[in-house]
Design a binder for this molecule. Structure first.
Ligand code: PMT
Length: 356
């Protein structure tokens, strides 16, 4: 007999999902933090953007050993968050645990490890450089207690400018981060944060860059312990995750400016799928990106500005597309496409606030 997890696929509405799936134990504490953050931003009159980033997982067992993951390093979300901060927004950065974060993403352990741009002072005796500088060394000599660590000259200017931006954000208190791992964490957090942000009305933007699982195993169908191998192939029937964009747009934050992303691997599908999403959910912008070129061009699809009132969607609405591109040739100066995306969205959000 093959391994089989149970059965009878159900179609969950958002309502039935939240009625049957357990609330994450950290939710209340997380939301308290968000609530304080929003209060202080309202006092300062700032616009607030919720950035979701990274991929959600779907555990296959209650005592999790195996899970399915959605593709996303968190680059889009972390980079965009930095540009929103630069534009004066307060940012709630809701990301997959251990995915990239604003500022520190520039020194990712895999592409730009920070240990590689630090140097140990050449004045140290050569015999003591590595061992005595190592934090677990027992060497009591003064050079071991105060090793001289410097930043490589070639890295200094970039690090200084980043550090200044980071410290300024810390001093202003405009960045609040919180994490999810599973799709269940994500859905509960998204709903609860949206409800807190509702009071911001049109001054809130929702920038949903996270890659969210489309299928999941409800708790009631999960094996308690690790699924055993040795019984042949594994058959799993998963249920569909409810598309929470629908209640988000129509119930949770009806006055907010909502931007979702559409990831495709066939570029020909980008615009039709983005339009389909707008028709289905009636929000403001879908950003279409194809997997292999997402760092160099994206398309913003939106209802024509004259038709941007959600109430007249979904029928009979005309759409407009705007491509944002950066030069991908190796000799081109370093640029990030998120800068252009954020600039355009901020302009549209300002117009949205004015109209409201
Ligand atoms: O982090 P990087 O490596 O830079 O990659 C960035 C990215 C390619 C992951 C990002 O730019 C992106 O495209 N994110 C969205 C990918 C995705 O999950 O697309 P989707 O078609 O499954 O969902 C479309 C929208 O519906 C999303 O904005 C999502 O928030 C929303 N959704 C999805 C599933 C679900 N159950 N409910 C939802 O509301």
């Amino acid at each position: 007999m093959p391994n089989t997890t149970e059965i009878n696929a159900t179609t969950f509405s958002a309502e039935s999902y939240f009625a049957t799936q357990p609330e994450p134990p950290t939710l209340k504490a997380d939301i308290q933090g968000v609530s304080h953050f929003i209060d202080s931003q309202i006092e300062k009159g700032r616009k607030v953007v919720l950035v979701t980033s990274g991929g959600t997982t779907v555990p296959l067992e209650l005592n999790v050993v195996r899970f399915l993951d959605n593709f996303s390093a968190g680059t889009r979300g972390a980079t965009s968050a930095e540009y929103f901060l630069k534009q004066g927004y307060a940012v709630i950065f809701m990301h997959r645990q251990f995915s990239l974060q604003p500022f520190s993403r520039n020194y990712s352990h895999s592409t730009h490890p920070f240990l590689d741009f630090l140097e140990i002072d050449a004045a140290l005796p050569s015999s003591s450089t590595i061992d005595s500088a190592y934090p677990y060394s027992n060497d009591p000599s003064p050079s071991a207690a105060h090793p001289h660590i410097t930043v490589k000259t070639s890295e200094k200017a970039a690090l200084l400018s980043l550090l200044r931006a980071y410290k300024a954000v810390q001093a202003k208190g405009t960045l609040h981060t919180l994490t999810f791992v599973t799709v269940n964490d994500y859905l509960y957090l998204l709903r609860a944060i949206s409800k807190e942000m509702k009071q911001l009305g049109p001054k809130a933007m929702y920038y949903l860059a996270a890659a969210v699982s489309d299928f999941f195993l409800p708790k009631q169908k999960m094996s308690e312990h690790k699924i055993q191998s040795g019984k042949g192939s594994l058959h799993i029937e998963m249920d569909q995750v409810p598309k929470v964009l629908k209640p988000l747009v129509s119930e949770w934050v009806p006055a907010g400016f909502v931007v979702s992303f559409k990831l495709e691997t066939d570029p020909a599908l980008l615009i039709p799928k983005a339009r389909q999403a707008l028709e289905r959910y009636g929000h403001q912008v879908v950003i279409g990106n194809d997997l292999h070129h997402r760092k160099h061009h994206v398309v913003l699809v939106s209802p024509k500005s004259t038709a941007s009132d959600r109430k007249i969607l979904p029928n009979g609405v005309e759409y407009e597309e705007m491509w944002i591109e950066i030069d991908s040739s190796p000799s081109a100066p370093h640029k990030e496409i998120e800068e252009g995306i954020v600039r355009e969205l901020v302009a549209r959000h300002d117009a949205w606030i004015k109209r409201a």
